[in-house]
Design a protein around this ligand. Structure first.
Ligand code: IPE
Ligand code: IPE
Ligand code: MG
Length: 257
């Protein structure tokens, strides 16, 4: 597995098109309520937006797309809504996996899957295996995921694998392989739809230097044009990673020679 640069240990290369896009798909319930429909209708409709965004990311050469489908706190919702989301998750895995494989898209799941039904766990395993060799885009779905859970599970695994480790020997490099997204570079661009400006326990570790984009568009209304608005905004950002603007300008000049 290629080792990805940590934004806090070295300065990663920033490309015009984000290599890794991470999205909090929020606003499904409000989209449905505005239309006097039950909240869950918004979740079904949101699937269409996922398809559009996946295809467009694949088309323009994004390497990693990570979407937040269900947080570790979403279990607090009414049981009927949770049950509907579980059924929708299973149904969409079954319905989409062949199309993903045909489009050279590999699927990965992050999160504590142990709390899901065995039917979902089996389908996840099948989908990951079926698309494992695909190289066009890596689509990661975060399900029963929490950023704090991720950091804690990584710590636990790291300590278990290195039982003689002294506290001062614990480093980022040692911990990194145990984080759920160790296979991907850190996100360049974070998008949250639905108007809220918060992280809601998504990729806490990995978002250290990610550009954060918030839009009022509700997730079911998000499409290719909205994605490009986010990319245009991203292309205007100066990614300093702790350095000054003047240092960046010098680097651009020396790269040009
Ligand atoms: C996001 O939409 C989808 C999930 C959290 C599963 P919401 O269901 O949070 O929609 P709002 O925020 O209530 O409108
Ligand atoms: C975040 O949305 C989780 C997902 C989109 C899956 P929420 O709607 O659950 O977030 P909060 O509760 O408004 O912070
Ligand atoms: Mg919400």
């Amino acid at each position: 597995m290629t080792k990805h640069i940590s934004s806090t240990l070295a300065v990663p290369e920033a490309s015009a098109i984000p290599r890794h896009v991470a999205i909090i798909m929020d606003g499904n319930g409000r989209w449905a309520s505005k239309r006097l429909m039950p909240r869950v209708a918004g979740h079904s409709e949101g699937l269409g937006a996922v398809r559009k965004v996946v295809q467009e990311c694949r088309r323009i050469g994004v390497e990693y797309l990570t979407v937040f489908a269900f947080s570790s706190e979403n279990w607090r919702r009414p049981p009927e809504e949770v049950g509907f989301l579980m059924k929708l998750f299973l149904k969409s895995l079954k319905g989409e996996v062949s199309r993903l494989a045909e489009n050279d898209i590999s699927l990965r799941l992050i999160g504590d899957l142990s709390r899901f039904d065995s039917s979902i766990q089996e389908m996840v395993q099948f989908s990951e295996q079926k698309t494992a060799g695909c190289k066009g885009l890596t689509l990661t779905i975060a399900a029963n995921y929490g950023g704090r859970w991720d950091i804690l599970q990584a710590m636990r695994q790291c300590v278990a694998a290195n039982p003689d480790l002294q506290a001062d020997q614990l480093t980022e490099e040692l911990l990194q392989p145990y984080l759920s997204m160790s296979y991907a570079p850190e996100p360049d661009l974070f998008i949250r739809t639905g108007g809220e400006q918060r992280i809601s326990n998504f990729l806490l570790w990995q978002l250290a230097y990610t550009e954060l984009y918030f839009t009022d568009i509700l997730w079911p209304d998000f499409d290719e044009a909205e994605l490009h608005k986010a990319f245009d905004w991203y292309s205007q950002r100066e990614r300093r990673f702790g350095r000054t603007s003047a240092q960046l300008a010098t680097q651009v000049m020396s790269d040009a020679v």
